[in-house]
Design a protein. Structure first.
Lengths: 483, 300
């Protein structure tokens, strides 16, 4: 090298490798002539087909500018360095770093009773018969015992329904019992509720125990009330009032909202986003309806094709990005989850898009009647007569629920690393698996990817987000600010 | 005539324990070119000096040469610091290669020093370039293994990247590499070049006007910051970087070797600026200019 003092060796001296080997990599045609190539650690590169062919045939020269990118992204390795093994292993381990903690989310179904009769819900009962559909303290006590068998240093207790607040006495019991029996875990309590029955007494209790709320908000008044009928046709008003009361008492972060997309929602993504902005939220989760809760007969009324949902999602996201350009910081939650998986090395906390699947080991459900389910969707299926995801009851030993139940087979059969269609998918690291969905729609835990709505939807969403990241600099900066 | 060596100055934040002149790397731009001689007496001096230091000393820096070359004698010094200066933070500069041995990394975690950080350079995201810059085969693997081992034993690490003509081409990619592979690092320092030592020997292959790489620097900073990492810019004056980078710029040059150029006289941000190494007149940017008003305030 010209100008380098002769006592120093040239760059060539340190570039010893003459050939390279491929590390596990996956590729797919992205669009046009662009191929998307990703490695085990989650790094990706775009290249043209002819370049990709050179890569896999071992023909990329060490002086090609792409060569260093391939090495640094851990798509290839050469004999100049063998640290890649440890780095790739560390990245894989980091992505799975929540696994050893096991179950953090524990859902208590306090009652099946509900004052709403939402079309997309199959589990609730409009019944005054407390004894049939409420969880008893005896059952809750046993569930708490199982909960503390989890090795997780953080325990999140989520109260579910029906309408969870209709059995508020049980919530009181569980909170005080959990606090008394806590053996040093970090505790978090969340009440999932439609807020229609929120009293000042409940707010006092929530304030005292730092409990937060999660509610349902499907959009503007007309849409919300259509999706969520209750006597008085005033669900939206009740929800809005509840949100304001919680914020006044407990602060703006004490309540979050989730929306469910029905066929009526598809036409109004902007109005839904506007409603969330109007009510002072800084994010919305444009959430796909799951085919669990509603009976087959209402499927035609509220269900829709995946393609239509994708269109809805893209329109909603585009509108949200437009708001950001105008200086309104507002996020779409699913996009944020996918972005985190694409851009960050850490473990995702979102349990519905994991591999191994989050069922049982990410979250577990203690049903009102003492049955234990691997997921909320699993217990909804049970209400429709399919008890596949029932792990046992609160009378069972912890070890039996996890080790001598159908759970482990569901989890290992459905891991993306081994599922046909996922094992060689270039988006594998950013996606996850859903054995409950595939059992329900395709008859087994694995499913058939070319005809899976789960696969179709996630492929399109991930592809869309990567396109935005790559091809639109302004949008890319906005998206990165959501991390 | 006798010789006077200043080992410690009370009140300074830039007190340095100079460990050894020996090193197992030979970086193209080394500001303190290594010499292979038996300088163990430096440690003896240090062990005598440490008990005399002000216990209120906020920070001490260990530098060299490569401190880990001293093996167990390094631990002797650290134990002494832990005993006599329990409230002092220790910042050690090392090439990190010795920590590829787990036991060495473990020893660092057991020094008894409450607040320690080890600054370790990583000059590229690929082995051949890093190894060329430090003139040592296998150094890239050893350094990365060392950083991972220190993380394993929960010793805080600062990753240091010196920007010059040989490293600048992979600056942004190295930032990305750090976010993906070393996200556990406590902080990342992107550093301007000190034109002394070997840098003068190799100046024609190393020098690049920081003005030329300001966009790459901005991108590297945002890659790291967007990933949630703490990032700092060392040794660069404010007038050579885009204004959005000012919050990341540190006054990093030791007080006894900071200087300013004549043109800096009228600069209103001089007191917030890192300035220049005393060695800078040898070679410096063509784009130094006074910043006449604080941009957050209306211009006079």
């Amino acid at each position: 090298m010209n100008g380098l003092n002769r006592s120093f060796k040239s760059p060539e001296f340190y570039r010893r490798a003459e050939s390279y080997k491929l590390l596990p990599l996956r590729f797919m045609r992205f669009d046009g002539n662009r191929y998307f190539v990703s490695g085990m650690g989650g790094e990706y590169l775009f290249m043209e087909r002819s370049k990709l062919e050179q890569v896999v045939q071992g023909k990329v020269s060490t002086t090609d500018p792409l060569y260093a990118d391939l090495l640094a992204s851990h798509l290839i390795a050469d004999e100049d360095s063998d640290i890649y093994r440890e780095l790739v292993a560390a990245k894989y381990r980091t992505r799975q770093s929540r696994l050893p903690d096991w179950t953090a989310l524990h859902m208590f179904v306090t009652t099946l009773r509900c004052d709403h009769s939402c079309q997309y819900c199959q589990v609730s009962r409009v019944s005054e018969d407390r004894s049939s559909f409420d969880m008893t303290p005896e059952i809750a006590s046993k569930a708490i015992g199982l909960m503390f068998k989890s090795p997780s240093p953080c325990i999140k207790v989520e109260f579910q329904g029906g309408e969870s607040l209709l059995n508020f006495d049980l919530i009181r019991y569980v909170v005080s019992e959990v606090k008394t029996r806590n053996d040093g875990r970090k505790l978090e309590f969340v009440i999932t509720t439609n807020l229609a029955n929120l009293t000042d007494e409940m707010l006092d209790f929530a304030e005292e125990h730092r409990i937060s709320f999660s509610t349902s908000l499907d959009g503007p008044e007309t849409l919300h009330n259509k999706n969520r009928p209750r006597p008085g046709k005033n669900s939206h008003g009740k929800t809005e009032e509840g949100i304001r009361r919680i914020r006044t008492r407990l602060g703006s972060q004490a309540v979050s909202a989730l929306m469910t997309t029905t066929v009526s929602s598809l036409e109004q993504p902007k109005q839904i986003v506007d409603e969330y902005v109007r009510l002072g939220f800084d994010s919305v989760f444009l959430r796909y309806i799951s085919p669990y809760g509603f009976a087959v007969k209402s499927a035609s009324k509220i269900g829709y094709e995946t393609e239509k949902f994708i269109q809805f999602f893209k329109e909603g996201l585009a509108y949200i990005l437009e708001l950001n350009k105008q200086g309104i910081f507002f996020r779409e939650t699913y996009t944020q989850i996918i972005l985190q998986k694409i851009l960050m090395p850490g473990a995702s906390g979102y349990i519905d898009l994991q591999s191994p699947a989050g069922i049982g080991i990410g979250g577990i459900v203690y049903n009102y009647n003492g049955e234990v389910y691997a997921s909320d969707e699993g217990r909804m299926l049970a209400e429709m007569g399919d008890k596949t995801f029932k792990l046992g009851t609160v009378d069972d030993r912890y070890e039996k629920l996890f080790l001598n139940s159908p759970l482990l087979a569901m989890i290992h059969e459905s891991m993306v690393e081994g599922v046909p269609g996922c094992s060689d998918c270039a988006f594998q690291t950013y996606c996850g698996t859903d054995p409950v969905f595939h059992h329900r729609t395709q008859g087994d835990f694995i499913g058939h990817r070319p005809s899976s709505a789960f696969c179709h939807r996630n492929m399109e969403v991930i592809r869309h987000i990567i396109t935005l990241l790559e091809d639109d600099k302004e949008v890319s900066t906005i998206l990165k600010s959501w991390l | 005539m006798g010789e006077l060596r200043v080992l410690y100055r009370k009140g300074s934040h830039h007190n340095v324990l100079f460990f050894t002149e020996r090193c197992n790397s030979r970086c193209l731009m080394c500001s303190q070119p290594p010499r292979d001689l038996d300088d163990g007496y430096l440690i003896d001096d240090m062990l005598e000096t440490i008990p005399l230091m002000d216990p209120d000393t906020r920070v001490l820096c260990i530098t060299g040469g490569e401190p880990t070359i001293l093996g167990w004698r390094l631990m002797e010094v650290m134990t002494s610091v832990a005993r006599h200066l329990p409230d002092t933070a220790l910042h050690m500069l090392s090439n990190g290669r010795a920590f590829a041995y787990k036991e060495t990394a473990k020893a660092m975690s057991q020094s008894g020093i409450r607040d320690i950080m080890i600054g370790i350079p990583l000059y590229a995201d690929v082995a051949s370039l890093h190894n060329f810059v430090v003139q040592a085969r296998y150094a890239f693997d050893q350094t990365l293994r060392g950083i991972m081992n220190l993380a394993r034993f929960e010793v805080p690490v600062e990753i240091r990247f010196v920007i010059h003509r040989q490293t600048v081409a992979r600056l942004v990619q190295t930032a990305r590499f750090i976010t993906r592979n070393l996200p556990f690092a406590t902080q990342v320092a992107l550093m301007g070049l000190e034109t002394i030592g070997f840098t003068r020997t190799n100046v024609s292959v190393l020098w690049i006007d920081p003005w030329e790489y300001r966009e790459a620097l901005a991108e590297a900073v945002s890659v790291l910051a967007e990933a949630g990492m703490k990032v700092m810019i060392y040794n660069l004056p404010l007038c050579l970087m885009p204004q959005k980078l000012w919050p990341f710029a540190q006054r990093s040059i030791s007080d006894w070797k900071t200087m300013y150029m004549p043109v800096c006289e009228s600069c209103t941000l001089k007191s917030e600026c890192a300035g220049f190494f005393a060695s800078a007149p040898f070679k410096y940017s063509d784009h130094i200019r006074p910043l006449l008003a604080h941009p957050s305030e209306p211009a006079a």
